[in-house]
Write a protein of this length. Structure first.
Length: 134
């Protein structure tokens, strides 16, 4: 039987030696979507190693756009922002299904090891992906 242990806000699945992110949002359905709510919900996802960064980009971009529009903290967001935010909230539960290995199995005796890095940027964000092959 697999045991799950909470480690730095992540779930450690001890049998498979994998890490996953816990996503249990606490938001009231009838609460108006404001800049304050977007920030509060986004900060419910604790990820000290940053593997949720691609997913967490969406609320950050929403907040950035609300600053551009000079919206107040408790002002209801425009409809298109509300749609993006609610869609993000619905899809966030799928994040807990992604599991990453805790250990990459790299040792000093590896004769052939390659590390590949890809990066790209747009007007709104940048991203980096790193993986190893042997």
């Amino acid at each position: 039987m697999e045991e799950n242990i909470s480690v730095l806000g992540l779930e450690w699945h001890t049998d498979s030696d994998m890490l996953s992110c816990k996503t249990q949002l606490t938001i009231e359905r009838d609460k108006p979507v404001t800049k304050r709510l977007v920030l509060a919900v986004a900060h419910q996802v604790f990820d000290p190693i940053g593997f949720t960064a691609p997913v967490m980009l969406i609320p950050k971009l929403i907040l950035q756009e609300t600053w551009d529009l000079k919206l107040k903290w408790d002002e209801i967001l425009p409809d298109d922002f509300i749609r993006k935010f609610k869609m993000w909230c619905l899809q966030l539960n799928a994040l807990s299904e992604i599991k990453l290995p805790r250990w990459l199995n790299i040792s000093p005796t590896d004769v052939s090891l390659s590390v590949h890095v890809f990066c790209d940027a747009s007007q709104r964000a940048y991203a980096v992906c790193l993986f190893k092959s042997s």
